[in-house]
Design a protein around this ligand. Structure first.
Ligand code: COA
Length: 318
């Protein structure tokens, strides 16, 4: 039987740092409020001419180099994003061109908001297990700054821009044990950008019912991690690292408590970049690997919840 495994990771954050203090000069908020309610200290904001594909390319090149491959080796590219460069072609096709790939394999985007990266990883895992892809590039990239209402303090302090990427390859040992993916569109109104192509409106910004999202996220994450471990036949104590979606430190610590995991076994990076949606898990994973905390052979639990609502997890041995 064939499995998929991570063979390289990469990450990219735009140069521009926006601190909590800087935001407090334009909206009625404070560094103390943002840090105590969310754990965020600063976020990165893409340059006016910097797109999701620009950021995705940087992260992808890092992951491809770490895997010891060249772009021509990739036969599957999926980009998880809610902020594509264009309506079409997909950001994945734009990225494929940037990487100089001609006559390539599959390239498409996945739209599952903050759960996009776990969705994309789950899909890539299926293709590799089935033997229809050999080397998959999975990117999570979002330019949230372009859809934020910078006068709305309840959202503009929470989000940031960035990209993270992994390269997955076939392996005769796991690798990915399983992915669990879920959605419930009945919660759509709690977190949305209420404008689109076939139903345009005057409001193309992120709108959120924060307190409801918070409660739902804590419950969903708690149930999800238990369901994932039970389905794979692992105990909480088997997990070396929890690598959660980076939205709010209080949601992350509630999930860790449910798993009875010490926060020393949780990768937290949101203090430096806020909620980067699809990019948040691969950025945290890349950080943990590059700073030497996450080592080969360790068991990782990736989990996310996002607009839709969507949620999902990946349990894998690195
Ligand atoms: N600075 C100061 N005050 C703010 C603020 C800000 N940036 N944003 C909101 N407030 C105010 C509100 O106006 C409200 O005031 P009111 O009580 O006078 O109406 C009050 O703070 C809300 O306080 P509280 O309910 O205690 O906040 P909270 O503890 O629920 O924290 C969030 C608010 C948004 C940080 C929290 O609900 C949250 O993180 N939700 C989930 C967000 C998320 O993760 N989204 C992405 C999911 S992928």
């Amino acid at each position: 039987m064939s499995f998929s495994a991570i063979i390289g990771t990469g990450g990219y954050l735009p140069d521009r740092v926006v601190s909590n203090a800087e935001l407090a000069r334009t909206v009625d908020t404070s560094d103390e409020w943002i840090r105590s309610r969310t754990g965020i200290r600063e976020r990165r904001v893409a340059a006016p001419d910097e797109s999701t594909c620009d950021m995705a390319e940087q992260a992808a090149r890092g992951a491809i180099a770490a895997a010891g491959l060249s772009p021509a080796d990739l036969d599957f590219i999926v980009v998880a994003t809610s902020t594509p460069d264009l309506i079409y072609p997909s950001t994945a096709c734009l990225l494929q061109k940037r990487l100089g790939i001609r006559n390539g394999g599959v390239a498409f985007d996945v739209q599952a908001v903050c759960s996009g990266f776990v969705y994309a990883t789950g899909i890539a895992d299926q293709f590799i297990r089935a033997g229809t892809a050999r080397h998959a590039l999975v990117v999570g990239a979002d330019a949230n700054s372009k859809i934020l209402d910078w006068s709305d303090r309840s959202t503009c302090v929470l989000f940031g821009d960035g990209a993270g990427a992994i390269v997955m390859g076939a392996s005769d040992r796991p690798g990915v044990y399983l992915t669990r993916l879920h959605a419930d569109g009945n919660y759509a109104h709690l977190l949305e950008v209420p404008s689109g192509v076939s139903r345009p409106s005057a409001d193309p910004h992120i709108r959120m019912h924060g307190a409801e999202v918070f409660k739902l996220a804590v419950n969903i994450m708690g149930d999800l991690v238990e369901e994932t471990l039970a389905a794979a036949g692992f105990e909480t104590t088997d997990v070396d690292w929890l690598i959660p979606h980076q939205a709010n430190e209080r949601i992350i610590s509630a999930t860790a408590r449910k798993l009875r995991m010490d926060m020393g076994r949780v990768i937290v990076t949101l203090d430096r970049h806020g909620n980067t949606s699809g990019a948040s898990i691969p950025l945290a994973l890349d950080t943990g690997i590059r700073d030497g905390r996450v080592r080969r052979g360790e068991l990782l639990l990736l989990e996310a919840v996002g607009g839709g609502f969507t949620w999902g997890s990946v349990l894998l041995r690195y």
